[in-house]
Write a protein that binds this ligand. Sequence first.
Ligand code: NAD
Length: 485
Amino acid sequence: MKMINSDNFINGQWVKGNGEVRKIHSPHNGEVIGEVSFPDDDQIHQAIELAQKAQVLWGQKTHKQRAQLLFQVRTALLDNFDLISQVKSSESGKTLAEGKAGLAKGIEVLEFALSLQNLDSGSKMQVSQGVNCEYRREALGVVASITPFNFPAMVPLWTIPISLALGNAMVWKPSEKTPLTAQLIADAFKQAGLPAGLLTVLHGQEQTVQKIIENPHVKAVSFVGSTNIARKIYHMASLQDKRVLALGGAKNPIILLPDHNLELTAQAITDSFTGCAGQRCMAASLLLNVGQNQKTIQEIKACAQKIQLAEQMGAIISSEQLNFLQKAIDQAVAEGAELLLDGREAKAPKGMEKGNWIGPTILNKVNPASHAATTELFGPILSIIDCPDLSSALQIENNIPYGNACSVFTSNGAMAEKVAQNAKAGMVGVNVGVPVPREPFSFAGIADSKFGHGEITGEQSLDFWSNTKKVTTKWEKQTQSDWMS
Ligand code: NAD
């Protein structure tokens, strides 16, 4: 793959950062595939000033005019689909198929943003004789999006198109681990003719994020990443009177009831815990096993054993994270778990020995209070906890501090409804291993998986990315008057 140097995208130009320069290694084989330069404080300040200036004209355009431009962005992303997918899989460790799927899902959100020109027509009503009330949606100004490594294209495409469609300028801080995809995505916006300053890319870590949040022009901050940082960003931005939504980490259980349909189940559960090598906030990491399901558990193991590394499952983002996973397996065994499948025995694919590889791992008879059952491991590890009945499974689910997703596998509608009603999760699946809602339904969890109110995608996100103005109008003196006239 050609080396990519990812700089900062400021006022429509690529600008080398005056701060740290880092090399980017592919998790697949350790090779250097590019580098990234971080901006200094002055560059961040300057970039946001220019974004603020650019937003003024953009905010005055009609919804339909903005959508015309975003339509060209869709074309540019599709024109570069293979290249973006390839680069994002090389820098994040995903398989190429996963790289393509994440980008396709991101483009689906962009299509939702395009539909807003027709869907978001506002409302008007005569509320009293000769008096009308009307909703008008107005842009906030400059908004920010801080995104994680594990979906380098999809998560930014959750936030950038909707916020631009509503008339904002976006300042995007991609993960320092996956800056190369950011270069290609921003290039697609440039290629499409987006006016300079409306999309800004600033690299870096804590320092860049802090400077963005502190900047008085930045009116709203969205964050997607791990829970500790999400909580911190929520507090930091709230203290500065910013609108903020911060999505955090997850520990997602699947409740397996004895009446499940085997054909719908084993492969779906395997895909859920091994997809993206378990590095997704929707990955199942706990199997709450209600009753006797040994045949299904053996089938899950058989499906997992068939997985070829680099073909059906990608690599782990860093050697530090790989080391953490390897130690977590040791700790689980020390805490009494039975190792049904040990991914540490899997061999790295040929020619990729310097990559960060681990195979699917299944831990049986896991103690619900143990490290493996309570911590977001973020790897292809499934911990099975035996539960005597659905109520005890739900109790374990409810005690997890996170609240992203929960699925149930059953043939019984009443049992499924009981889980849908009682699970402490923002997204529930019935016979679906990865219950990701598709547009126009919004994506987010609750509890420690989300800090702040509202949504960052879907119909309800419009209220996060804009203000509503209420205009009340009267043009003539009314003969019949009341308290409103
Ligand atoms: P992370 O929290 O380490 O990083 C996320 C972003 O925060 C990055 O841009 C990073 O540069 C920045 N950051 C890191 N440290 C910071 C600090 N001290 N102050 C300010 N900013 C900081 O997360 P990650 O490892 O990139 O991504 C994986 C995590 O994201 C997992 O926990 C996963 O569950 C979560 N995630 C959640 C969702 C969701 O929708 N809830 C989606 C994807 C990923």
